[in-house]
Design a protein. Structure first.
Ligand SMILES: Cc1ncc(COP(=O)(O)O)c(C=O)c1O
Length: 422
């Protein structure tokens, strides 16, 4: 396991500048990785994933014996990443039949999988049932009858469920990833909460075991997590309270997210104060488990100066959509010289959109064609939202650990772009 050193909190645990002055991730020189696997490529420090999984578990274990840490697989839906978390004993949150298939392929047993979704289809519910998932998280009144139908079809035991409620608490984050406010497409609000509880408690097919909420993502303050638990104090005491995810991460070195230990302590103490003992505390971190584990490597294809200096690389919005979706900020570094400072420039992608800007305010030392550029903190929702816009085959995922690197997802081939044609 890597020592807990980091180049900065933005980079993976175990990263450093090596004797050649190059970035090293998982004991591997980033320039060697670029030469061996090509660019763009996602490089994951495998040990980083394990360290953070253990940090979450240890933080919970310090406060309670009755907890579950569940990886929100949407953040990095790659079987190799999910397999690490399955091995580390985490549960898995899936939001579709596709993510469920990935979770099973990664080795999660059904009883550690929680099915989410605000528009689950009959088929998705059938597949979840067949997989014997731990909980179907009921998001709306309409799916109750659908799930009852599925249980009647297979004539098995009642399906354990929890209900997702919207606590009416808004954390400070981007509108597009805020979910705790009352005006949200997720979860039950107002009279629907009580209706759902009565409806499920009266059902022979469903067994109500818990309540769930997820107030939003990339939250850098802890107070809203406590307020959200206080906001549901009037609900009956359930066997399980699932508090979703939401812990923010550092994308740039100015950002200072709360420590995992403080986040966990806030959530557990809020549940204990509001609901007392005998309630299992479940948490569903996504981004905080994976974002900083990963860097993306690119190669510069052109440098042009007009009003600004544009450093154009061989990837962009196809491998990292977040800057375009949310105006998300990242850092850019030269892999051969990963220090701060240099020429002010825009790191741009190769796609046919002016908005395809990966880092608006980069500083790179004398950028030139052929340089390998690294953007850290791309493990959360990067690979997850990868697409093939402009016919760009999707980038590979490379695991680096202890000086060895291996491809866990190979680069997509151009002929796969028409593999589904009929
Ligand atoms: C239900 C649910 N749980 C957990 C998460 C993970 O959130 P984060 O990546 O912010 O930890 C999400 C993210 O959208 C979610 O919708």
């Amino acid at each position: 396991m890597a020592a807990l050193q980091q180049l900065s909190p933005v980079f993976p645990i175990g990263s450093r500048i090596n004797d050649q002055g190059h970035l090293e991730v998982g004991g591997c020189d980033a320039l060697d990785l670029a030469a061996e696997f090509g660019t763009p490529a996602y490089v994951v420090a495998e040990d980083d994933l394990r360290v953070r999984a253990r940090q979450f578990k240890d933080a919970f274990a310090a406060h309670t014996g009755d907890y579950e840490v569940v990886f929100a697989s949407k953040a990095f839906p790659c079987t190799a990443v999910m397999r690490v978390f399955a091995e580390e004993g985490l549960g898995c949150d899936v939001a579709s039949a596709g993510e469920l298939a990935l979770a099973l392929q990664a080795g999660f047993p059904g009883e550690r999988i929680h099915l989410h979704g605000n528009a689950k289809s009959l088929d998705e519910l059938r597949v979840a049932r067949a997989a014997n998932v731990r909980h179907v998280v009921i998001d709306n009144i309409d799916e109750i009858a659908r799930l009852e139908q599925v249980v009647r079809e297979d004539a098995g035991p009642p399906q354990p469920v929890s209900i997702r409620v919207t606590p009416g608490v808004r954390g400070d984050t981007h509108d597009k990833i805020s979910t705790g406010q009352t005006d949200s497409k997720f979860g039950l609000t107002g009279a629907d909460v009580q209706n759902a509880i009565e409806r499920i408690e009266g059902s022979d097919q469903l067994e109500l075991e818990g309540v769930h909420m997820h107030i939003g993502s990339q939250l850098l303050a802890l107070a809203p997590f406590r307020e959200a638990v206080e906001a549901i104090a009037e609900l009956p005491k359930f066997r399980e309270v699932n508090l979703g995810g939401g812990l923010g991460v550092a994308y740039t070195r100015e950002q200072e997210p709360p420590r995992i230990a403080d986040y966990v302590q806030t959530k557990v103490s809020a549940v204990r104060e509001v609901f007392g003992d005998g309630v299992r505390v479940v948490d569903e971190p996504g981004r905080a488990l994976v974002a900083n584990s990963t860097v993306t490597l690119y190669t510069v294809q052109s440098v042009k100066t007009n009003v600004s200096t544009y450093v154009a690389v061989d990837g962009g919005m196809s491998d990292n959509l977040r800057p375009m979706l949310y105006g998300a900020r990242y850092e850019a570094h030269a892999a051969a010289q990963p220090a701060t400072g240099g020429v002010p420039c825009k790191l741009v992608g190769k796609h046919c959109e002016s908005g395809d800007v990966i880092v608006e305010d980069a500083h790179l030392p004398d950028p030139k064609v052929g340089d390998v550029i690294v953007t850290p903190a791309t493990g959360g929702y990067g690979f997850a939202m990868a697409n093939t816009y402009n016919g760009i085959p999707r980038a590979p995922v490379v695991f680096a650990s202890g000086g060895d690197a291996r491809v866990v997802v190979r680069r997509e081939r151009p002929e796969e772009l028409f593999a589904r044609d009929v």
